[in-house]
Ligand binder design. Structure first.
Ligand code: SF4
Length: 500
């Protein structure tokens, strides 16, 4: 009989077919970049947790990758009965399942040693699947004979601010889930029995794809499972603000193509998307767009930010997962139609916030609209910087007061079938200005790639040459973002008289 790891049992909780595929056809799994990135964040948070729970470095780390399962279980059992120090990654196997505990902390009670187990997660709150996770941990440890005193889940406290000097106390917030986890043993036993019967099936269970493929994790077997499912030519999820509940409802009725959706189910904008998508025609309310923009005079500024987030903050005064601005691009269009460009990029690895603010205030001048694409993002970053640096608050908030968002104008006045229901600038730009293309850029072509490039650039092992190359790629990418806005503005404003 197979012994199931905790992750296999959690895969079963998501979908029986996933469990079968994980066991019998792991070669078919393709983890998305986001899933792989989340593994990396998990390792990073795990490292910090070891420092927090064992500040003197007296604990032991079980290395299952190096030692193998049997040796890891044996060494864990020995340590649990002999040491009075923390143990990390202790492994247990019992009752048909195995699990590894992030942190085991000894607790002395009535002359004997009990253990407090802590599972560390990079999430910012307790999720239902964490509760299942802890139920499995408690079941396996208790069945393996570990004297477990309690079990807790530690997650990242996103309201905590890093005080600097490697002081990460406060990064993690513990939630005691002992009573709940200890009471779910019978459920876990049933999951293991179910896993055994699914494992024994000669072929994968029949299961259609659906909402469960993304909940709670994005399943790496999606491409495999959906390979023979009929693909809509014009999927209904292209409809703007068409709720997932409605999509699901229609999918259950076998409707997955726009052509089959009745007009009376759609609002005016959704009907417009449907009509122009099916007919392959462009919608452009030239007069409306020009009128929207006519109220704003020149000079005009076109602004875009790039940001980076860290689960474990590296700069004093920042919070976990905060969006830290490290780059901006700004095009300026004068009243006479002259276009200038200013930019800022800090890949030194030091906190870029203050030099960013100084450069931004200097570049934005004091009057004229500041065009952005999706104002919520840039304005929120400016507000955060104003709170963090009150001495610059007045000047920063004055920039926010001048912000004009091009996105709602694009949404209201323009639609090209190639946008496929999206008004992201990456979709709108090639439709409106076909000669400008993000995919022609070298290296960095979207926000996610910009983040990865930034992380590589600030890594101490990155060579000077590579750093210089990344710098050029980031500058070119962000510059295209604001130049794209200039050209969108030109088309929407009807200013073909300007040579931009
Ligand atoms: S893609 Fe969906 S149906 Fe296929 S194994 Fe994963 S969760 Fe199950």
């Amino acid at each position: 009989m197979r012994t199931f790891s905790k992750s296999k049992l959690l895969a079963l909780r998501q979908c029986p077919k996933r469990l079968w595929l994980e066991v019998h056809r792991p070669d078919l799994r393709e983890d998305s970049a986001a899933t792989q990135a989340s593994f990396q964040v998990g390792f990073q948070v795990g490292d910090i947790a070891q420092r927090l729970y064992d500040p003197e470095g007296l604990g032991a780390l079980i290395d299952v990758a190096a030692d193998g399962f049997d040796a890891a279980f044996k060494r864990s059992a020995e340590l649990l009965s002999s040491t009075r120090q923390p143990i990390f990654e202790a492994g247990f196997s019992a009752g048909g399942a195995m699990a590894f505990a992030d942190v085991m902390l000894p607790v002395q009670e009535n002359g004997s040693t009990l253990w407090r187990m802590v599972e560390v997660k990079s999430a910012t709150s307790v999720k239902d699947y964490h509760r299942d996770d802890l139920a499995v941990q408690a079941f396996v440890a208790q069945n393996a004979g570990v004297p477990l005193q309690s079990i807790a889940l530690a997650h990242i406290d996103s309201s905590w601010t890093y005080p600097g000097d490697e002081d990460y106390s406060g990064l993690l917030k513990e939630n005691d889930l002992t009573a709940e986890a200890f009471s779910r043993g019978e459920e876990v036993r049933a999951w293991i029995a179910q896993a055994q019967s699914i494992d024994a099936m000669p072929a994968e269970p029949v299961m259609e794809t659906g909402a469960h493929c993304d909940t709670p994790y994005s399943c790496g077997f999606y491409d495999y499972c959906s390979r023979d499912e009929p693909k809509a030519e014009f999927p209904i999820y292209w409809l703007p603000r068409f709720g997932t509940a409605k999509v699901r409802e229609l999918a259950e009725l076998g409707v997955n193509d726009l052509s089959a959706v009745a007009d009376d189910l759609l609002n005016a904008k959704q009907q417009r998307v449907k009509a122009h998508t099916l007919a392959g025609t462009v919608f452009f309310d030239t007069e409306g767009a020009a009128a929207d923009l006519a109220v704003h005079s020149l000079p005009a500024y076109f602004l875009d930010f790039e940001t980076i987030q860290f689960a474990v903050p590296i700069w004093k005064g920042t919070r976990p997962y905060q969006q830290n601005t490290f780059q901006f691009s700004l095009h300026t269009l004068s009243a006479s139609g002259q276009l200038d460009h200013t930019e800022f990029l800090d890949i030194s690895g030091n906190d870029p916030a203050e030099p960013f603010i100084n450069a931004l205030i200097a570049a934005c001048g004091v009057e004229g609209p500041v065009y952005v694409y999706n104002a919520g993002f840039e304005m929120a970053r400016i507000n955060e910087l104003a709170i963090r640096y009150p001495q610059f608050s007045e000047a920063l908030l004055a920039i926010n007061a001048r912000v004009v968002d091009l996105l709602p104008i694009a949404r209201e006045r323009y639609y090209h079938p190639s946008q496929q229901g999206s008004w992201s600038i990456k979709k709108v730009l090639p439709a409106v200005v076909p000669e400008l293309r993000y995919d022609a850029l070298d290296g960095v072509q979207d926000g996610g790639m910009a983040m990865d490039a930034f992380l590589e650039a600030i890594h101490p092992d990155t060579s000077v040459e590579r750093k210089a190359q990344i710098e050029q790629q980031l500058l070119a990418y962000c510059k295209l973002d604001t130049y794209a806005m200039v050209r969108l503005w030109q088309v929407f404003a009807g200013r073909t008289d300007l040579s931009l």
